[in-house]
Every structure is written in structure tokens, then in C-alpha cells.
Design a protein around this ligand. Structure first.
Ligand code: ISE
Length: 332
């Protein structure tokens, strides 16, 4: 029997997830959608004739909902994840787990008290074929130990509501998570440099983040959210005996009229389409096998805490140390 999934939030990401669940995820069926905007909810629910709820809590309590996907606005995540934990329902929550460190810690404490992993955080890059291939190549040990990681994260543009801190908490947080995952290490410190183009608005953009892990690997992240030409994500890992570089996206180059070109995706949904699909499938498969996958609530906490150190470094202009609580055994 397939697993009944309820999706909270029918905005851009929620409706994408609802579509993937309805059509392309084996072993799952979309049974309910909730959004405060009935119009959006019914458009997303139509994917699988799912039930509509205007209230997220009602969706969590719906008897047909066996697992919950949260794609509502960031400030609602903590409360909704806690409600899922209370109801004993597994939950895949879009990043961030919670916007604040304390909020993440409350989720970690609630999950630890239940003694069972129910929370997965939607850091979908862990399911991207490119990053997965990097991890597999690193795991062979042939390249030796990692020394440096260079990352580029560019958005074509962002909405006017995007502020300077969001370059870190909303965008670079993906690099923070993927670097922790690839290097199997925690960050120890962060420094942020800024360059503001002429004629720019109040937004501090681009930013150049330099992090050092506990074992001394240096990770730099250029994050530039008004890069204009398209969505562009790159990564290179420099190891003792060789390097690993994400292959450029998209995989096709066109030669035409005396020029060579390739088209950038306009945003992350197209660029990471496979990662999003794989993430949902892996979540559903994990619910069936009982072996958790992906980013845990602890990873969600570590990402938010590291992003907070970067924000502090941006504001103070100084190097900030990352302070993490001891990791509960549930996450070993
Ligand atoms: C957006 O919120 C995301 O999560 C995307 O994955 C990221 O690439 C983008 O920069 C963010 O704004």
C-alpha cells in the first residue's frame, strides 16, 4: 500500500512537490494539501484529487495523512515540524528547519525525546547526481584528503523582499550543508567579505564567505543573487592528489552561427530538478524501509548555526567562531 502524503504550503515549491508526489514518486500518493490561499491549495490538490485544508494543523491531524511535507513560509516551519513530531508523523521540511538556532534546538530536543528519527530537512543537493558523484569519488580515498572547496552560487535575480542576510540564510546555506556533508566535518569559523557593484541597492551583493572546518579545510563561497545572466552553481574540491569539479550545467553546448553557447536554467527548480525528484523518492523509500536518509534535524540545526555565524561575520566584519551544542546520539 502506498504512503499517504500531505503537503503544507502550495506556493512554488509546494506545488512542485505535490506534482512530483502525484506523478513521479513510487510508493506515495498525495492525499491532502493545505494553504491559507484556497485557490492555490485547490490547484495543487488537483494533481491527485487530494483533500483540501485551509489549516495546516488540520492536515497534520487528517487520518489519511501518514507523512507530511512542509513547504510553507520559513517562520512556520518550527511549529509545524513540532506538531508532526507530536502526532508521530514523519516529516520532510523545506530548509530552513527553523530560522533561529533556538528553534532548531527545540526540534532536535523534541525528536530526541521521542527517540526516533522522524524529521528530514529538504537540503535536496544531497540527492543531486553531481554532488553524489563527488562524494562517491572522494570516498574511494584515491584523491587523498580534501584541502579546499570553492563554491559559486548565483541567482539571476531575487525579489525586492530579499535582504543581505538572506544571501547567507536562504542561498549560501545550501553550500554550508553540502560542504558539511561532503567533507563529513563541522565548520569552526566564518569570515565574510563584501563587494557592492556601483549603482546597487542597499543589498550587500555579492558576498564572499570563507569558512574553515574543524579539521582545517577551507571552503569559499561566492554568493551573488543578482547575477542577471541565469542560475549558476559550481563547486570544486581540491584534494591532496587531485580535484573534483561539478560538471557544468546544462550538459549540452550549442555551436551555431559562429558561436558556442549553453543555456543556463533560470532558477534552482530546473537546475536541481533531478535532485528534488530523487529526494522525494529517497524519503518515501526510507519511510518504507525505516532507514532514514538525507539531512537530519541535527543537520538542519548545524546549517542554521553556521549561517548565523556567517551573518555575525557579515555584520561585524570579523571572523566569527561557530559554536555547536554536543550532538545527541540519535544522530550518530
Ligand atoms: C532559494 O530559496 C533556494 O533554496 C535555492 O535552492 C537557492 O539556490 C536560491 O539561491 C535560494 O534563493
Amino acid at each position: 500500500m502506498s504512503i499517504g502524503v500531505g503537503v503544507i504550503g502550495a506556493g512554488i515549491m509546494g506545488s512542485d512537490h505535490a506534482r512530483t508526489l502525484a506523478g513521479r514518486t513510487k510508493g506515495a500518493r498525495l492525499v491532502a494539501v493545505s494553504d491559507t490561499d484556497a485557490h492555490r491549495a485547490s490547484a495543487a490538490a488537483a494533481e491527485d484529487s487530494a483533500r483540501l485544508h485551509l489549516d495546516a494543523r488540520a492536515l497534520i491531524d487528517d487520518g489519511d495523512v501518514e507523512a507530511v511535507l512542509i513547504a510553507s513560509p520559513d517562520p512556520t516551519h518550527e511549529e509545524l515540524v513540532l506538531a508532526c513530531l507530536e502526532a508521530g508523523k514523519p516529516v520532510l521540511c523545506e530548509k530552513p528547519l527553523a530560522p533561529t538556532i533556538d528553534g532548531c534546538l527545540r526540534v532536535v530536543a523534541a525528536e530526541t525525546a521521542r527517540g526516533r528519527r522522524l524529521v528530514q530537512v529538504g537540503f535536496m543537493r544531497r540527492f543531486d547526481p553531481g554532488y553524489s558523484a563527488m562524494q562517491a569519488a572522494l570516498a574511494t580515498g584515491d584523491l587523498g584528503a580534501p584541502l579546499l572547496m570553492h563554491c559559486v552560487h548565483r541567482n539571476a535575480s531575487v525579489p525586492p523582499s530579499f535582504d543581505s542576510g538572506m544571501l547567507i540564510s536562504n542561498s549560501a546555506v545550501h553550500e554550508i550543508d553540502i560542504a558539511r556533508w561532503l567533507l563529513n566535518d563541522e565548520f569552526a569559523s566564518a569570515t565574510v567579505f563584501q563587494r557592492t557593484p556601483r549603482g546597487a541597492t542597499a543589498l550587500i551583493d555579492p558576498q564572499f564567505i570563507v569558512l574553515e572546518t574543524k579539521s582545517g579545510v577551507l571552503v569559499d563561497i561566492e554568493v551573488f543573487v543578482n547575477a542577471a545572466y541565469g542560475y549558476d552553481v559550481r563547486a570544486e574540491l581540491v584534494c591532496e592528489a587531485g580535484t573534483l569539479t561539478l560538471a557544468p550545467q546544462p550538459p549540452v553546448r550549442i555551436r551555431f552561427l559562429g558561436q558556442e553557447a549553453s543555456h543556463f536554467a533560470s532558477d534552482w527548480r530546473a537546475h536541481f530538478a533531478a535532485a528534488y525528484r530523487n529526494q522525494l523518492q529517497a524519503w518515501i523509500t526510507a519511510l518504507r524501509t525505516g532507514v532514514p536518509v538525507g539531512a537530519s534535524a541535527w543537520d538542519g540545526y548545524a546549517a542554521t548555526a553556521t549561517a548565523a555565524a556567517c551573518l555575525d561575520a557579515l555584520q561585524t566584519g570579523r571572523t566569527t567562531f561557530v559554536q555547536l551544542q554536543p550532538r545527541p546520539r540519535l544522530y550518530d
